[in-house]
Design a protein. Structure first.
Length: 327
């Protein structure tokens, strides 16, 4: 697998790249387009519009959101991959960008070769939850039960190849258990069937189930993040429950076509850093259960690139171990 660390993203820091810097000095001199690879009204669309509004204010240029939905974000990504690498076409991607290559064959773009990571935006953890009647309340109890009853439990997910589907596969591989994965068309029906007792488990963004957990309608067994949730400080992470490498996040990040001038990439990243300090932006992210990026650990394009590279490599490794054949 190719690595962004060998691509032109960091060349400006090493070589000076006078032409790239010249491009950064004049950019932007016309409207910028942000592609949301989802339909209007969803989480990605709302984040894209939030970023567009405030990015336009910081850069002094109009930023327009276009929705190019379909094929698990691949239509929007294919469009951006084939766009001019001039900083005027960006895309808000998420965890599906990392999982798609391991689940889908014949993709019309290469996730590493055809994109430049620009700016990590925000993330929220996924939560491992069960319906109220499952006979376990902790991770060790779940794993013990699953090993004694192989194939008897079910994981609901929002669709083949999605981040929550991968999170379930990764759980099986890391825990050494066999929990059946049941695909749905969207997360709403997953949660409905979980509440109705038709499913045993799911791994889903915490904001989607937080109210049900607080009302006692669902059991939260663990959080799939590096740290415990401030909303549920007594619930352990999956990592501290015996799987130290396990982490599953719902995240958003800005990307551009490969070859976008590094000076432009860093200019966008710096502008994003500015807008993520705005109280009104933080308020919107927090309302969706998301936390803006940590400027120390995810504040640069290079740190975002390293995060993506690690995710792509881990997904490929786990999917192969699970016998997943791209479809």
């Amino acid at each position: 697998m190719k690595s962004w660390l060998s691509l032109p993203l960091i060349a400006v820091a090493l070589l000076g790249a006078p032409l790239a810097n010249a491009a950064g000095d004049t950019w932007p001199d016309r409207p910028i387009h942000i592609i949301s690879p989802y339909s209007p009204g969803g989480g990605n669309d709302s984040i894209s519009r939030l970023v567009a509004q405030h990015l336009g204010q910081v850069l002094g240029q109009q930023v327009i959101v276009e929705n190019r939905a379909g094929a698990g974000t691949m239509i929007g990504n294919d469009y951006v991959a084939k766009s001019a690498p001039d900083g005027y076409t960006l895309i808000v991607n998420g965890a599906g960008f990392v999982t798609n290559p391991s689940f889908y064959a014949n993709m019309r773009y290469d996730s590493t070769r055809d994109f430049t990571p620009v700016a990590f935006l925000a993330s929220s953890p996924l939560a491992l939850v069960g319906n109220a009647s499952v006979p376990f309340s902790t991770m060790p109890e779940l794993i013990d039960y699953a090993k004694k009853h192989p194939g008897k439990l079910s994981f609901g997910n929002s669709g083949y190849g999605g981040p929550d589907h991968y999170a379930c596969i990764m759980f099986n591989e890391f825990a050494g258990v066999d929990i059946a994965s049941v695909p749905y068309k969207g997360s709403a029906q997953v949660i409905s069937d979980l509440l109705g007792g038709h499913l045993h488990l799911t791994i889903t963004p915490l904001p989607a189930v937080q109210e049900h957990i607080q009302m006692g309608k669902l059991k939260m067994l663990a959080i799939a993040a590096a740290q415990r949730s401030p909303q549920f400080p007594d619930v352990p992470t999956i990592a501290e429950s015996g799987m130290p490498e396990y982490e599953a996040l719902n995240w958003y990040g800005l990307m551009a076509p490969a070859g976008t001038p590094p000076a432009v990439v860093h200019k966008i990243n710096e502008a994003v850093g500015t807008i993520l300090l705005k109280p009104e932006v933080i308020k919107v992210f927090n309302a969706q259960g998301m936390v803006p990026r940590d400027p120390d650990t995810m504040g640069s394009p290079e740190q975002f690139a390293a995060y993506l590279q690690k995710g792509l490599e881990q997904t490929e490794r786990v999917a192969k171990a699970a016998g997943i054949e791209p479809q």
